[in-house]
Design a protein around this ligand. Structure first.
Ligand code: ZN
Length: 99
């Protein structure tokens, strides 16, 4: 199983710069933060409890909602939503094999 790289990646690195074609979807495509390839699928979702005490594995003290992705390029990453003191933060982070 791949290990997590904890350094957050700006969410803009995992979203296409323009809306997907055809533009009737009005959505951005999820792209690989490593190579930019735009063929990716979500592989799982999990909710990690922070217990309001920094226990969810991110910089905030609240819960973390994690959506796992795998690209057809074989890179893996997560898009995360973390709750901290009434605000929700969004970021991505990579998974690296054998680290
Ligand atoms: Zn990739």
């Amino acid at each position: 199983m791949a290990d997590l790289v904890h350094d957050p990646i700006a969410l803009g690195r995992v979203l296409s710069a323009s809306v997907a074609e055809p533009d009737i979807f009005r959505q951005h495509k999820v792209v690989c933060p490593v190579c930019g390839y735009d063929y990716a699928r979500f592989t799982g979702v999990r909710l990690v409890s922070g217990n309001d005490h920094y226990e969810a594995g991110w910089a905030g003290r609240g819960d973390l909602l994690v959506v796992q992705f795998e690209g057809e390029c074989y890179h893996e990453w997560e898009i995360c939503f973390g709750f901290h003191k009434g605000q929700t933060f969004a970021f991505a982070r990579r998974l690296i094999e054998g680290r």
